[in-house]
Design a protein around this ligand. Structure first.
Ligand code: SF4
Length: 94
C-alpha cells in the first residue's frame, strides 16, 4: 500500500507545476524572448545571437542542433555557442 502521507520531493513538485503550466496554455520562451526577459544574462544573449543568426524553423533539427552544426569557426561566439542539452557531455569527444 503506498504511503499517502509522504511529502512530495522538489522534483515531483516541479513536475506538477510544469504539467499545470502546460494545461494553462503557458508557452515556453524562445531564446530571443529569454534574452529580453533577462537582459543582463550573457548566456541568454549568446543563445539569442546564435538563434537569430542560424535558426531556420523550416530546416530539420532544433535550434540548438542547428547552432551546433554552425560552420563558422571564425565567429567570436563559435567556441561558446549553445549546444543541444542531451549532447553537452559529448561535445569534447566530437
Ligand atoms: S557561432 Fe555560428 S550560429 Fe553563433 S553567431 Fe556565430 S556564426 Fe552564428
Amino acid at each position: 500500500m503506498p504511503d499517502t502521507n509522504k511529502k512530495p520531493t522538489p522534483l515531483e513538485l516541479a513536475r506538477e507545476a510544469h504539467a499545470a503550466n502546460k494545461g494553462n496554455g503557458a508557452k515556453s520562451l524562445n531564446p530571443l524572448e529569454k534574452a529580453k526577459a533577462f537582459p543582463k544574462s550573457f548566456r541568454h544573449a549568446c543563445n539569442a545571437m546564435c538563434y537569430q543568426c542560424i535558426y531556420d524553423p523550416l530546416d530539420k533539427g532544433s535550434w540548438r542542433k542547428q547552432v551546433k552544426a554552425c560552420t563558422s569557426p571564425e565567429c567570436a561566439l563559435y567556441t561558446i555557442r549553445p549546444q543541444p542539452v542531451s549532447t553537452k557531455a559529448k561535445t569534447e569527444e566530437d
